[in-house]
Write a protein that binds this ligand. Structure first.
Ligand SMILES: C[S@@+](CC[C@H](N)C(=O)[O-])C[C@H]1O[C@@H](n2cnc3c(N)ncnc32)[C@H](O)[C@@H]1O
Length: 257
């Protein structure tokens, strides 16, 4: 079977099919467009068929391919880590405006935020933590591959954190299991990375109550959450800390002393 016939027979989106086929051939999509008559080997076709079936069963494409792009870089992902989302890039944009020296990333997952910040702000010192040792292993591998020097720690929120930071960033779990728009793809991602009690606010509120003692005098905090949670988080921060709301970009809220 050739490229063009294989692409025609699949029941998944054209883009996903092209990425799966290109991956199974070890080529890129440009190759497929340039060579629609290219004959697939039996092995390549079998691999592509198997990956296509995984996608039909709602497995996220990033787990099938083994990577996801974030802020223009390729991050390895496995089912031990949340797949980086494009909206999380807003945290990077906000942090870049602050040019902080000492940065702490809470709930680092694949390491996408911490590693990107270190590479975009090379003079910064970045520490990244996660409660999941399996996630930390993936983050460490991504940091090594992308050449980012980060100190990784296993910690339940700020429990094992010492010292003070100019900037604390966090994309913690904030999904409420009761939301009725959750996609079947989410069942493939780690529960610990997605869901939180108290309408999705449990971990974020815990972090807010710990954050001030780890911030420098002019420190700042950036938190990602669902838009529907922004008002509640802003109120919680303003009632429980001396931080003030500065601005929002996409799903990220910036608070500063
Ligand atoms: C929503 S994922 C975000 C991953 C990554 N920062 C990103 O933006 O793609 C949340 C991460 O927080 C971690 N996490 C959950 N509860 C935690 C806790 N109490 N302390 C530290 N990390 C936690 C999870 O293991 C997961 O890696």
């Amino acid at each position: 079977m050739n490229v063009s016939s294989w692409l025609r027979k699949t029941a998944i989106s054209r883009l996903d099919a092209e990425l799966i086929l290109a991956n199974s051939l070890g080529k890129d999509r440009v190759f497929l467009h340039a060579h629609p008559e290219f004959e697939l080997s039996e092995d390549a076709e079998k691999r592509a068929d198997a990956d296509c079936l995984r996608r039909e069963n709602h497995e996220p494409l990033a787990y099938i391919l083994g990577y996801k792009n974030f802020y223009g870089r390729k991050f390895m992902v496995t089912p031990d880590v949340l797949i980086p989302r494009p909206e999380t890039e807003a945290i990077i944009n906000l942090a870049k405006e602050l040019k902080s020296q000492k940065i702490l990333d809470v709930g680092t997952g694949s390491g996408c935020i911490a590693i990107t910040l270190k590479l975009e702000l090379p003079d910064s010192d970045v520490v990244a933590l996660d409660i999941s040792p399996k996630a930390l292993k993936i983050a460490e591998q991504n940091a090594a591959k992308l050449g980012a020097k980060i100190a990784f720690r296993e910690s339940d929120l700020l429990e094992k954190v010492q010292g003070e930071y100019d900037l604390i960033v966090a994309n913690l779990p904030y999904v409420d299991k009761k939301w009725d728009w959750l996609s079947p793809e989410l069942t493939f991602e780690p529960e610990q990375a997605l869901f939180a009690e108290d309408s999705g606010l449990y971990d974020i509120k815990c972090l807010i109550s710990q954050v001030e003692q780890r911030l420098t005098n002019d420190g700042a905090v950036i938190l990602e959450s669902d838009l529907s949670q922004h008002e509640a988080i802003r109120e919680y921060v303003e009632q429980n800390t001396n931080l003030s709301f500065v601005k929002t970009e996409s799903l990220a809220q910036l608070f500063a002393k």
